[in-house]
Design a protein around this ligand. Structure first.
Ligand SMILES: [Zn+2]
Ligand SMILES: [Zn+2]
Length: 794
């Protein structure tokens, strides 16, 4: 058995030819009579003319739009009437950093559910059999689970950071920052490209007479509208709705394919029927016994490796996941990522085990493939199964599902690009608020914070949450009906708040243009004949190299900027070289007619991906060790002080997490808890994150698949168990993701309502009201309890 496993891994790197998918069937008496039966009853519908009309499609989109709008309004109403924090600037960007476990999990599930999650996972099921869905699911779940470690580490070492690029800038300076901005933007472009390729292929297939241009425009309109209506806050609510609907539709398909025995016109309906057809189908050549029912699939395993590498890139380098981490409370973030990852597992695993295998079964029953190989690579397996089995209803369900998957991820990507353009490029490089090079000095007053050598030149700024002048500004602006709102008059925070308003304006324009630019991108890719499957396998070659440098940015003190850049750029170059060299060994080499086919071969992609991530890691570590010989304790400490300097001067992180960390007098910008105290506070959460992430990763990509090798080719009972596991997982995931967020959210709202009624919300509100009424009577700001603050403010 050990030897078997070994040979199996060796074989991957030596064989070069990939078996094609052919709907041939095994020539046994049982299979012959089974297929004759299917041919006689002719249960497979003629599939062409059950499409959705254009009017119906538009109606569907409009209904979805209206519903989203209502959800967003509800959210805003809750913020204004119940939580009364609409004016807090931070809510716009990260929902105040107070998002609960359930909602964090929901956001992650919906962001991580790409069009590819549904389409590509079914493609690999159709190509490699039962191992495809598993590899897709496990190879993309572990990154989310491992991200829990990064999430808590970020909260410890850089609690004020909003993007991972800020951390890179604080540690390594502006030049390194630009390099990583480039990689981050590239990741967003690749992910967006995949969304559009998948969604456009499905929409143009299912909707009659829908041109690619119109499909792209419809999708962009939905994504853009959703982003504008939402802002990040409402996105949490809409994500919840999306995820719920996706799970419900998956379960409908599961019921149809595996749990509908004794229905006349359903050719499938029980695991046994599916099993018999799969067992009669002749699978890819390099699968054990040419069977779809085995884990011993060379293609499947190769895909598994590529999938693991590629998805590390799209999680770790994609700003939108860091965004979810920033938005969550520190401890909640950890469990949000872990439960989110485990819930998400069910989406590709169950969906592809259902739809992808149903496709193989239907093709077998049909006597010939329902799709060409190119159509399979475009992601058309699930829609084909949906309308073959369920006609128009199936087509509508599939369209809805794809719309759900595209809108939340698409909007997260658009926001991520806009944030990088505005908060990283514009704010840091082009038009900074204050041109300071060291992160130590206060952004508001330019003086030193903390660690100051000169006491006279110490910053005395404090959090906006305590600033009475800002309350007056807010109330003036809230009551103003003028087209141009009154200017901010607070001498301490006013100018910076004005600057932020400019940034928000820029960001809105960025969102608009980025969304529009998606249309030409889609048309360009389509003209280049690139398929979803190709881009999916390719992503790791380009961005894989930056994964390790980025992870080490929050973990390793000795990492330096030079090493990070050499690792990232060098890794990508090596990856591209390995990819092209492997592709050139196939028939026709890199000539234009066969370029996409040869570079798209699993082996080319596998080599490119592995070389990219490994050289990225090796170069980064080696250069760091070689150039950063010795660091004194002070230097080590200073390295993380730099990242702790990153802060929002209006609401410093020390103030935001004051109750969690147990730190007093945290409203002053110059006073923040020591790193040791923060570390101690989150020590348990950090250990829990590391232990569960590593453990689950080992189970998902080593123990489970290794034990499947022992199963060899599945028999009917084993297949029943396998399908049972996939269904059970989907049911548990659905119950969790549908019930937990709504329960915690309702609980929080009820608690807040009770608190509002009892007016226990504390002195602050009381003070605020008193202060404001005094101001209206005397037209003079109220006196402060604190002399010193008074001096600074006026
Ligand atoms: Zn200051
Ligand atoms: Zn102020």
């Amino acid at each position: 058995m050990n030897m078997d496993v070994f040979c199996y891994f060796v074989v991957i790197f030596t064989l070069t030819n990939i078996g094609d998918v052919i709907a041939e069937t095994k020539n046994t008496t049982f299979c012959n009579s089974l297929l004759r039966e299917y041919n006689d009853t002719d249960t497979i519908n003629d599939v062409v003319d059950v499409g959705i009309t254009l009017t119906e499609a538009l109606l569907l989109v409009i209904c979805f739009g209206v519903f989203t709008f209502i959800l967003a309004k509800t959210y805003n109403l809750l913020r204004v009437k119940v939580f009364m924090d609409k004016d807090n600037l931070d809510t716009d960007f990260d929902a105040g950093g107070e998002v609960s476990v359930g909602l964090t999990a929901t956001t992650i599930v919906s962001q991580w559910t790409w069009a590819a999650t549904l389409l590509q996972s079914s493609t690999v099921a159709a190509k490699y059999g039962i191992s495809g869905p598993f590899w897709y699911a496990s190879g993309a779940t572990i990154q989310i689970i491992l991200f829990a470690m990064l999430s808590i580490q970020l909260k410890i070492r850089s609690p004020g950071a909003k993007t991972f690029l800020q951390v890179i800038q604080a540690r390594f300076g502006k030049k390194v920052h630009v390099v990583f901005c480039f990689f981050a933007l590239m990741t967003n472009v690749i992910v967006t490209a995949m969304l559009m390729l998948g969604a456009a292929a499905v929409m143009t297939t299912l909707v009659e007479n829908l041109s690619l241009e119109l499909a792209a425009m419809i999708i962009v309109a939905v994504v853009g509208g959703y982003t504008f209506i939402g802002g990040l806050g409402a996105t949490f609510y809409v994500s919840y709705f999306n995820t719920t609907l996706i799970f419900i539709i998956i379960l409908i398909f599961v019921m149809k394919i595996y749990n509908e025995p004794d229905v006349e016109d359903n050719p499938l309906g029980t695991p046994d029927k599916v099993y018999n057809l799969l067992n009669c189908a002749i699978g890819p050549e390099d699968n054990k016994d040419n069977s779809y029912l085995t884990f011993l699939s060379r293609g499947g395993l190769m895909f598994g490796v590529i999938n693991v590498v590629g998805n590390f890139g799209t999680v770790f380098v994609d700003q939108s996941y860091w965004q979810s981490s920033v938005a969550a409370k520190p401890r909640q973030g950890v469990w949000g990522f872990i439960t989110g990852g485990l819930t998400w597992f069910a989406i590709p695993f169950t969906f592809a085990t259902t739809m992808g295998l149903a496709y193989v079964a239907l093709s077998t029953a049909n006597g010939e493939e329902l799709l060409t190989e190119r159509e399979i690579n475009e992601g058309l397996v699930p829609p084909t199964v949906a309308y073959t089995l369920m006609g128009k209803v199936g087509a509508i369900l599939m369209t809805l599902m794809i719309l759900m998957a595209v809108t939340s991820t698409g909007s997260a990507e658009v926001i991520a690009v806009a944030s990088i353009l505005v908060y990283d490029l514009y704010q840091i490089h082009w038009r900074p608020y204050r041109a300071v090079d060291d992160t130590r000095s206060c952004l508001l007053c330019g003086k030193h914070r903390d660690r100051a050598d000169n006491i006279d030149n110490q910053c005395e700024c404090y959090s906006m949450s305590q600033c009475k002048r800002c309350w007056i500004d807010d109330s003036d602006r809230a009551s103003s009906k003028a087209a141009v709102l009154p200017t901010f008059k607070c001498p301490m925070h006013g100018p910076y708040r004005t600057y932020l308003e400019v940034l928000i304006g820029k960001k809105n324009w960025c969102i608009f243009w980025v969304a529009i630019l998606i249309i030409p991108l889609t048309l360009l890719l389509q003209a280049a004949q690139v398929s979803l499957g190709w881009v999916y396998l390719f992503m790791g070659v380009v961005i894989g190299s930056s994964v390790v440098p980025i992870a080490l940015t929050v973990f390793w003190t000795r990492l330096n900027g030079k090493a990070a850049v050499i690792g990232t750029v060098g890794g990508t170059l090596c990856g591209l070289t390995a990819w092209l060299v492997t592709a050139s060994t196939f028939d026709g080499g890199l000539r234009s007619g066969v370029f996409l086919a040869n570079t798209g071969q699993e082996l080319s992609m596998l080599n490119g991906n592995i070389v990219a991530i490994l050289t990225g890691a090796i170069l980064t570590v080696a250069v760091s060790l070689a150039t950063n010989h010795h660091m004194t304790d002070e230097q080590k400490e200073e390295e993380w002080e730099k990242t702790r300097d990153i802060d929002n001067p209006l609401l410093p992180w020390a103030d935001r997490y004051a109750s969690e960390i147990g730190h007093h007098d945290s409203t002053r910008l110059s006073n923040r808890p020591e790193l040791k105290l923060v570390e101690k506070t989150f020590k348990v959460a950090k250990i829990a994150a590391i232990v569960s992430a590593v453990l689950l990763t080992v189970i998902l990509i080593i123990i489970w698949p290794a034990s499947m090798i022992a199963v060899n080719v599945m028999n009917a009972t084993e297949f029943n168990i396998w399908v049972g596991v996939s269904q059970g997982w989907a049911w548990i995931g659905a119950v969790f993701i549908i019930s937990v967020p709504i329960i915690t959210e309702v609980y929080t709202i009820v608690k807040q309502v009770i608190r509002n009624r009892d007016n226990q919300d504390g002195e602050q509100k009381l003070n605020k009201d008193r202060c404001l009424s005094q101001y209206t009577q005397t037209n003079q700001a109220c006196m402060y309890d604190n002399e010193e603050i008074n001096k600074t403010a006026f």
